[in-house]
Design a protein around this ligand. Structure first.
Ligand SMILES: [Zn+2]
Length: 310
């Protein structure tokens, strides 16, 4: 499976700007069989029929870059740990919850933020350059699509590389906050025990106790990653914008998502209403399997480059 990586590297003239699957980056990819030639032909046929492809991607695309997902059997965070993502209401309501969140996020950030797009991200960026891909909606907050050069892109749940002030709405780079966090917490150190899709890391309460969290430099308000936490909703302007891009499309491909979260699943319901055909590429069952004309159980980094090479 290293061949597509070298191909992508050569085609894009890149050196060490993406990650190829290897023993460590595949630790978070669920087991799957190689795609059959018949399934690949069907997927190629589906993609070739579409002139304005609409895509939805999820955590399954980024597991090959070494970022674990939540739900995959055996390797997802839900299966491997008892950790659960923070709820929006808890973050807003509780100063101690925010302290815990930011302390873990501070530790995990260097590793999380340095992750590189893999061959699947690069392939989709190439599809956009070829005019094949009309619009891409990702549920991921890791910025790997934009790092791969994707432009016709909506980050449905925001991006962990930005911080928003809940008081004045100001946006700022997450990296700048890392500098402030470091200055406020000199000598504070902790061992990271695995990084979650949102950059979360496990620490004990005792380790978190002395961590100091800065507020907005403009208004003193509470700072939050510019991502949609569980229990929050996506802004309706964003949802409306995506529905418009979907209406302009003639085929939907889901890659690397179980579509368990309604904020993404609703676009599959809309595709059915508009009679736009749907194909799904994911390891494991999805919530929208009954809506799909084609369903392929295989790894994104294997299948996407094989469907339509760069
Ligand atoms: Zn502010």
């Amino acid at each position: 499976m290293r061949q597509p990586c070298r191909l992508a590297l050569r085609t894009l003239g890149l050196r060490r700007t993406h990650s190829c699957p290897n023993a460590s980056t595949l630790d978070f990819v669920p087991a799957s069989s190689p795609i059959s030639s018949l399934a690949l032909e069907r997927m190629q046929d589906f993609i070739s029929r579409s002139k304005r492809l609409f895509m939805i991607t999820g955590a399954g695309l980024s597991t090959e870059s070494g970022i674990p997902d939540y739900r995959s059997e055996g390797v997802g965070l839900y299966a491997r740990t008892d950790r659960r993502p923070i709820q929006h209401a808890e973050f807003v309501r509780s100063a101690s919850a925010r302290k815990r969140y930011w302390a873990r996020n501070y530790v995990g950030w260097p590793q999380f933020s340095s992750r590189l797009p893999n061959v699947a991200h690069l392939t989709l960026s190439g599809w956009e350059a070829q005019g094949k891909l009309h619009w891409l909606v990702t549920q991921n907050v890791d910025a790997l699509h934009s790092k791969a050069g994707q432009r016709r892109l909506t980050e449905l749940h925001g991006c962990a590389h930005r911080v928003v002030c809940l008081g004045c709405g100001a946006l700022s780079p997450r990296q700048a906050l890392q500098t402030r966090l470091g200055a406020l917490n000199p000598g504070w150190a902790a061992e990271a025990g695995g990084v979650a899709p949102d950059g979360d890391v496990f620490l004990t309460d005792e380790q978190v106790q002395h961590f100091r969290v800065p507020s907005c430099e403009a208004c003193g308000g509470t700072l939050k990653p510019d991502v949609t936490f569980f229990g929050d909703t996506v802004h309706r302007d964003t949802v409306g914008f995506i529905h418009e891009r979907l209406a302009e499309s003639d085929g939907v491909l889901v890659a690397g998502s179980s579509l368990q979260v309604y904020s993404g699943y609703r676009f599959l319901l809309a595709a059915r209403e508009r009679e736009i055909p749907v194909a799904i590429l994911n390891i494991g069952a999805t919530r929208a399997d009954h809506l799909a004309a084609l369903r392929v159980n295989a790894r994104c980094g294997e299948v996407l480059p094989a469907i339509l090479p760069l």
